[in-house]
Design a protein around this ligand. Sequence first.
Ligand SMILES: [Zn+2]
Length: 98
Amino acid sequence: MEGMSKIEWTDCKCGAPAEINGLCDDCFEKERNTERSVIQRGDRLIIQFPYSASLLNVIRELPDRQYNSGLKVWYVPAKYLNEVRAALTPLKFRFYTD
Ligand SMILES: [Zn+2]
């Protein structure tokens, strides 16, 4: 193919290349402290939220959930999107799904 290669990066609001959810790593980290969100990446859902003991109890009810202690996010297989929506939409999570 001729012509300009398409750049897949989109700019974060801070001007840096965005990687997750339209945000760069730094802004993603900051927003995690203020927002409850579920981000779909391929066959995986990434669940992030500011620490809350009561929320953790809800998360622990989700099927096949896994905690990534390095990133401090939870993963749930995307095939359980409906279950995750049912559990987390009432808790004011925002969903960014394919
Ligand atoms: Zn940024």
